[in-house]
Design a protein around this ligand. Structure first.
Ligand code: LLP
Length: 490
């Protein structure tokens, strides 16, 4: 028996509702300035996607510069307001790993934010963009000597040291240069958060950071974190600014941040008392979630800021310490929703799939799933393959009155796991040549892109005041062959 239900498909995940209006843009996922025009086409700042395709080709990352700037400001303003009376405001370091190019680095600086980097390459982008060294942080669990030297050359405001081993190396390198390195220590507070929940564990089993668990070093009773504080204060070439933690990604609820803040403030107070030192700074990392699908419900920055501020305020006052200057490192929450990826539809096919296991009375029933292939895929968005991440999509080049059809948007790579949007309802008449837009692709998509199957990486277009310009050009075939040494060298 075939059941071509036009509406809710039993193959769809429970969270996915059939949209009331397939042609409507669902607000939480799209950048400000993205709309549908009278012809039913998706536009950004008034520019129709067909014009962008004509000018720049597909696939294409389309970013709203004004949306980026306003999300950056929103974080800065919300956290400044919440922490004003505690520590005079907050330093917001945009996490460059989520998306970085020189244009974006310069917007970050314009809006009064700083920049968190995690490699020599990211430092090179910052240098090219003319970002002041004092406004840069350098992360990484395995910084090379060259990266540490580069950070010192650029006089970065903070090197976030990840291990005892690295602390010693930074101290030696700084000492050999006759300099003092400004250092934060990255601690692992045993708080792991993801979306709506967090878990607290005593021990850490991960590559990042210095454990706060008391038996985490050979020294009886001393945590790796404390050993690092003690060592840092003993090196004349290290200026220990303070402590850092980062508890996870795509987090909606403020509770995990609050628990981590409480732990870190407590530890900071204990270290100040025990070692007679002053640690003026505390960084509480990034990880603030965004909407990828209509069921995601991120909190406004002010709500998270206030929850974190309440804990910092009360813990500091309980412990009788002067509150440290707070900093945070949002990446995804600033850039994620500023961008959509524009694809052109190619091959379509529909398969029939058995009813999901346990569907009573449907043992012999099959349901259709339509595969909609686009001209990119896992090379421009690896997140579905890497993290089972869900996305959404809309038919962007026209309106359609056709019925909703459960669809799977897939790429053109030679892998069956090459999925862009696992489950989405699209109009049943989607056809080759249509354009699809996938929202929420600003963070960790272009940044994670690859040349798998010799696909050229897409360009990134920024739209501002009704004009679009490339901020990163797409790769050409020439680029793809650039590093191939050629048959003459065989
Ligand atoms: N600070 C540190 C030390 C981090 O490790 C990260 C992210 C951030 C800040 C920024 O986190 P955000 O606010 O963007 O969540 N590729 C994964 C995410 C990896 C995050 C790595 N660290 C993904 O696509 O979900």
């Amino acid at each position: 028996m075939n059941t071509d239900a036009a509406h809710a498909s039993p193959l769809a995940p429970e969270w996915l509702a059939v949209p009331g209006d397939l042609n409507a843009l669902q607000a939480p996922m799209w950048a400000a300035g993205v709309e549908k025009n009278d012809a039913g086409e998706v536009t950004i700042d008034g520019i129709p996607v067909s014009v962008l395709k004509e000018q720049f080709g597909t696939p294409l990352f389309v970013m709203s510069e004004s949306d980026f700037r306003s999300r950056a400001r929103a974080f800065k303003d919300a956290f400044d307001a919440a922490f004003e009376d505690i520590c005079g405001g907050v330093d917001v370091y945009y996490a460059g790993k989520s998306f970085l190019c020189t244009a974006v680095a310069s917007w970050v600086a314009d809006e009064g934010l700083r920049l968190d980097t995690c490699s020599g390459g990211e430092l090179a982008v910052a240098a090219r963009a003319g970002i002041e060294g004092a406004h840069l942080g350098l992360h990484g669990n395995n910084k090379s000597d060259a990266e540490i030297n580069r950070a010192l050359d650029m006089a970065v405001g903070r090197i976030v040291v990840d291990s005892l081993d690295e602390l010693e190396r930074v101290a030696k390198i700084a000492s050999s240069r006759g300099e003092t390195a400004k250092v934060m220590l990255r601690l692992t507070p045993g708080v792991h958060a993801h979306t709506h929940e967090f878990i607290a564990t005593a021990h850490e089993d991960q590559k990042f950071g210095l454990s706060m668990a008391e038996d985490s070093t050979e020294e009886a009773g001393l945590s790796a974190a404390e050993e690092a504080v003690a060592a840092a204060t003993s090196y004349p070439s290290i200026e220990l600014l303070g402590l850092h933690c980062h508890i996870g990604s795509q987090i909606f609820e403020p509770d995990g941040f609050a628990v981590a803040a409480e732990k870190l403030v407590g530890f900071l107070a204990a270290m100040q008392a025990k070692y007679s030192i002053h640690l003026p700074e505390l960084d509480l990392g990034g990880g603030y979630g965004i909407a990828y699908t209509p069921v995601d419900t991120p909190r406004p920055p002010a709500e998270i800021a206030q929850a974190m501020a309440a804990v910092v305020r009360s813990t500091c006052s309980e412990l009788g310490i002067t509150p440290p200057r707070i900093s945070i490192e949002p990446g995804r929450a600033i850039v994620g929703s500023t961008t959509f990826t524009l694809y052109e539809v190619g091959t379509l096919k529909t398969v029939r799939v058995d009813a999901p296991e346990g569907a009573i009375g449907q043992e012999n029933v099959t349901y259709p799933r339509r595969y909609v292939s686009v001209d990119g895929g896992m090379s421009d968005n690896a997140r579905p393959v890497l993290y089972d991440a869900d996305y959404s999509a809309i038919l962007a080049s026209r309106d359609s009155e056709a019925a909703p059809q459960l669809s799977r948007v897939v790429g053109k790579h030679c892998e069956s796991g090459d999925i862009v949007v696992r489950d989405v309802y699209l109009p049943a008449d989607v056809a080759a040549g249509d354009l699809l837009a996938v929202p929420g692709t600003g963070a960790y998509c272009w940044a994670l892109s690859s040349n798998y199957n010799y696909l050229a990486r897409p360009g990134v277009v920024a739209v501002r005041d009704g004009a679009a310009r490339l901020i990163v050009r797409g790769e050409t075939e020439e680029d793809l062959l650039n590093r191939d040494m050629g048959v003459a060298n065989v």
